[in-house]
Design a protein around this ligand. Structure first.
Ligand SMILES: [Zn+2]
Length: 375
């Protein structure tokens, strides 16, 4: 018996040593991920719902090197989520959708943005509110203030801050003319003419005619005005929430189009002018979901570079984890290539869309842990 114990002793000591060494190594990796976030490098996940055990979730994030969570307001409202995030030093950005608002549209369909064909701005789940309604804008700003007061997040991640477009289904062979333009409802038409001192002739008596006239006669002014609606909304939200929490970080979800893609559609269609938005935000986060829009992984880096040339703020690409809309598989190899591209400078990190997708992809989690810890 004694002999056996003696024989075991060196092995036990060795196992304990390995265990402690492993823990120290893990702590070091986690500390390194936190330091990188403080330097501006964010390794984030977007998460919308979660039914499982929260402490286990946070442990898993720490193990992978995740240092930031981009969270729906529903999840961020859970006290346990916020206290664990604080205890584990995971920053929390609350995702705040602006002009995508099915609930408000259900209650008041008059809020719908109107397309150049005179129809409601709706395609599958993508339904957009007209961005010039002052009451709606005021309510949204109040809501942003409410969440910041109540949840005290590290950041606000402003989503659907653009004009209507289902960019997730816009493929490289499309043209500007094939994309729907908005918003041509009475509110926008009146305000556009007032603000830009433009008079649309009375003979333009239908929305398609008006849209055609604008495109032909004052596309530049129209685009400027559209972008102004979006930039001013970012400014107003950021300004108001910073009054409550001066150090709050502001992120804007950006349509992943380069300046010249689809003949300038990022401004003409989406109304996102990155040069103008950048000074009032901390991060611009292009949703570079390459697989979804039929692009190769190097496209991710090209989008980051293109935006960084226009915008004086940190660029934080978000990448997709699993296939969406399209049936062909997003393989582990493609994911690895995408993540490698996403991390190339001047990128300030990466955000994975989404944890829900990652949770069923253990091999991709391993790729994340490996590539983040290498940095
Ligand atoms: Zn409108």
């Amino acid at each position: 018996m004694i002999e056996r114990e003696r024989a075991f002793r060196p092995i036990s000591i060795f196992i304990i040593y390995l265990f402690i060494f492993g823990m120290l190594a893990d702590c070091k990796k986690e500390k390194a991920a936190e330091d990188k976030r403080d330097e501006g490098q964010i390794f984030g996940v977007k998460i919308y719902e979660y039914q499982g055990n929260l402490p286990t979730l946070f442990e898993e994030w720490k193990g992978m090197g995740i240092n930031t969570a981009f969270v729906s307001e529903i999840l961020a409202s859970r006290d346990e989520f916020r206290s664990l995030a604080k205890a584990m030093n995971i920053a929390v950005f609350v995702i705040f959708p602006v002009f995508y608002d099915p609930e408000s549209l259900e209650k008041d369909p008059d809020l719908y943005a109107v397309t150049d064909q005179g129809e409601r701005a709706k395609e599958e789940w993508v339904a957009f509110v007209c961005p010039s309604r002052s009451d709606y804008r005021r309510q949204k700003i109040e809501l942003a203030k409410h969440w910041v007061k109540r949840l005290d997040p590290d950041g606000l991640s402003i989503d659907f801050i653009r004009h209507f477009v289902f960019w997730e289904k816009v493929y490289p062979d499309q043209t500007l003319e094939s994309l729907v333009n908005t918003c041509f409802d009475e509110h926008c038409m009146r305000k556009f003419q007032q603000d830009m001192e433009i008079v649309i002739p009375d003979s333009m008596d239908t929305v398609p005619k008006i849209a055609h006239w604008i495109r032909k006669n004052c596309l530049l002014e129209w685009t400027q005005w559209k972008c102004g609606l979006i930039t001013s909304m970012v400014e107003e939200i950021a300004g108001e929430v910073r009054k409550i929490k001066p150090r709050i970080l502001i992120n804007v979800h950006a349509v992943p189009w380069r300046q010249k893609d689809f003949s300038g559609a990022v401004k003409i269609v989406a109304g996102q002018d990155f040069a103008k938005i950048a000074p009032v935000v901390d991060f611009l986060s292009p949703m570079t979901y390459a697989h979804m829009v039929k692009r190769e992984p190097p496209w991710i880096h090209s989008v980051v570079k293109d935006i960084s040339h226009q915008a004086d703020c940190r660029i934080l690409p978000s990448i997709q984890v699993r296939e969406a809309y399209l049936k062909d598989r997003l393989t582990v190899e493609e994911f690895r290539a995408s993540l490698t591209e996403a991390l190339k400078p001047p990128s300030q990190g990466v955000v994975f869309w989404s944890w829900e997708a990652l949770s069923s992809e253990p091999e991709k989690k391993d790729v994340i842990a490996e590539l983040i810890h290498l940095r």
